[in-house]
Design a protein around this ligand. Structure first.
Ligand code: PEP
Ligand code: MN
Length: 342
């Protein structure tokens, strides 16, 4: 149920409305929509309660439709939200680029890549230490040693670091090293993990599942925000389709759809969508042109020797060229590339 408050609803009336709803065992979420205040009512209201709420002073109207994702819905905020990660704001006026290797492999590999992407304008470094691999025989990541290398790279470059969390019990360990927790595609509907990242304050990068609808992505984000952590950034990374020419099918329309439905920032991952290095610059540019708040791109100094996702990883030169292209698109849209404050 959703109650719209009238423009002249006083603070005292608003407080009385919320008290009345809560006294019936329901939760409320108050959002500022463009035109006014909206109260999302969460829980199972008893029959007839809608009419009683509609009759309260200060209530304009009541819709009996249950809000699917009251915390992340666009209507919940008067303006799109921004998420601060380390020194960088995602979702503001600028376009934020996160870059790094799929997996942290060694100190020299990570530092080489970190220095190069920082130089070309990436604002955060991403590297996997716990890798969710399709085969149990593939490289699974360096674990805590990889996290420690990320922290070292942050000291060296000043870039905040992002890494994937695959299990709730790893969160305290991850939080000793990283500035943002990635929840990967394969875990988008791991509801215990979603609630766990919601119960702690580190920002979360939530990637869309390979087979998930936009609605399911928003409901996954709702788990995190409803559990208490509003710092969520969404990421479209390609979905499974009948097409085999690319690893995934980049759902570019997810960007404007998400922008209509949620206030959360949206990134595009052109690397996992493409699966192939040569396609990454075009998909990256398309993502920014469609209105994404930024990108997450895989980069490797020696992609042919990478322990994971080498074929889709840009070389250091390729990343520099991609940043030039993306920078032009971002400038044309009035959303220049974000920079790490000095
Ligand atoms: C990754 O970012 O390296 C990764 C495993 O991504 P995804 O969850 O989108 O497959
Ligand atoms: Mn990868």
């Amino acid at each position: 149920m959703i109650a719209s408050l009238s423009d002249n609803c006083t603070l005292a009336q608003k407080a009385a409305i919320l008290r009345f709803i809560e006294s019936h065992g329901l939760r409320v979420h108050v959002g500022e929509a463009g035109a006014g205040t909206i109260v999302s009512i969460i829980g199972n209201p008893e029959p007839g309660l809608g009419e009683m709420i509609a009759a309260l002073p200060g209530v304009e109207s009541v819709s009996l439709e249950a809000p699917r994702y009251p915390f992340v819905a666009r209507e919940a905020r008067s303006a799109p939200s921004t998420v601060r990660v380390s020194d960088v704001v995602i979702g503001g006026r600028g376009t934020a680029v996160i870059a790094g290797p799929c997996s942290v492999e060694s100190e020299s590999q990570l530092l080489t890549i970190a220095r190069a992407v920082a130089k070309e304008g990436a604002v955060l470094l991403r590297g996997g230490a716990f890798k969710p691999r399709t085969s149990p025989y593939s490289f699974q990541g360096l674990g805590e040693q990889g996290l420690a290398l990320l922290a070292l790279a942050r000291e060296e470059t000043g870039l905040g670091v992002v890494s994937e969390v695959v299990a709730p019990e790893d969160i305290p360990l991850m939080n000793r090293y990283v500035d943002m927790l990635q929840v990967g595609s394969r875990n988008m509907q791991n509801f215990r993990l979603l609630s766990a990242v919601g119960e702690q304050p580190t920002p979360v990068l939530l990637k869309r599942g390979l087979m998930s609808t936009i609605e399911e992505l928003l409901l996954a984000a709702e788990y995190i925000v409803a559990a208490g952590n509003p710092r969520v950034v969404l990421c479209e990374r390609g979905i499974r389709s009948f097409e085999t020419a690319t690893r995934g099918t980049l759902d570019i329309s997810a960007v404007p759809v998400l922008k209509e439905r949620t206030h959360l920032p949206v990134l595009i991952d052109p690397s996992h969508a493409a699966g192939k290095r040569s396609l990454v610059p075009s998909l990256a540019a398309a993502g920014i042109a469609a209105g994404a708040d930024g990108l997450i791109i895989e980069v490797h100094d020696r992609p042919d020797e990478a322990l994971s996702d080498g074929p889709q990883s840009l070389t250091l030169d390729g990343f520099a060229e991609t940043m030039e292209l993306v920078g032009k698109v971002a400038d044309a849209l009035g959303r220049p590339l974000a920079v790490v404050p000095a």
